[in-house]
Design a protein around this ligand. Structure first.
Ligand code: HEC
Length: 187
């Protein structure tokens, strides 16, 4: 009996080691998807801010960000997006899992973790199916404060008010967590 228990425990241990390996592979793949999405998004943002300034670049965020999310979802087979505890666009509002993770990210940052590296991955069950979910924190950089800070220029505020009457995504300081990338794929 003791031996059988030992074998059983050994199997469990191997099983979870395998699961860990699988999770690691998904995390690495997910990080690649985020890198590609973020690279494209940041490229558009920086180009827009340099060439046209913040007012016109709002249009980039308004239309290009969702279409890039869609394009990267199609390319990768993951569902890719961005979310936050205080969203500008209600379409980006977090679900229950995302809200819990965003709160966890705030706690981890407060405990001293480097915001550039804060990641969470988990296999969850949704409607009876196993789904791999992952989030990565997005810290606020200097350029972000032009549209998400507490001292936003008047023409920018006017455009934001027009497009997003329920905008909550203002008042951020450099280093604050602006939100997170959020990814999922069915297993
Ligand atoms: C030119 C103005 C502008 C700048 C600069 C800007 N954003 Fe935004 N941001 C927006 C707009 C507009 C939206 C809403 C996009 C949409 O409709 O999906 C948005 C949405 C977001 C969202 C999605 C969640 C939400 O609030 O709806 C995140 C996350 C985000 N921005 C992070 C950043 C970060 C990080 C930076 C700096 C690297 C940044 N933004 C710079 C205008 C801007």
């Amino acid at each position: 009996m003791k031996v059988r228990n030992a074998v059983f425990l050994a199997c469990l241990a191997t099983g979870s080691a395998l699961a860990d390996e699988a999770v690691k592979a998904h995390v690495n793949e997910g990080k690649g998807v985020i890198k590609a999405f973020f690279g494209d998004l940041k490229g558009e943002l920086v180009k827009g801010m340099k060439q046209h300034g913040p007012v016109k670049t709002i249009a980039t965020c308004n239309t290009v960000a969702p279409s890039l999310a869609e394009a990267h979802s199609q390319m990768s087979g993951w569902q890719v997006g961005r979310t936050s505890l205080k969203v500008r666009n209600a379409d980006n509002a977090p679900d229950a899992w995302e809200t819990a993770v965003l709160n966890e990210f705030e706690a981890r940052k407060a405990a001293g973790e480097d915001p550039m590296k804060i990641v969470k991955a988990e296999v969850v069950e949704e409607k009876g199916r196993k789904v791999f979910r992952m989030m990565k924190a997005i810290p606020t950089a200097e350029v972000c404060t032009k549209c998400h800070g507490s001292d936003i220029a008047q023409p920018v505020t006017a455009k934001l008010d027009e497009l997003y009457p329920n905008d909550q995504a203002r008042g951020y300081k450099v280093g604050d967590l602006r939100g997170a990338f959020t990814l999922k794929k069915p297993l």
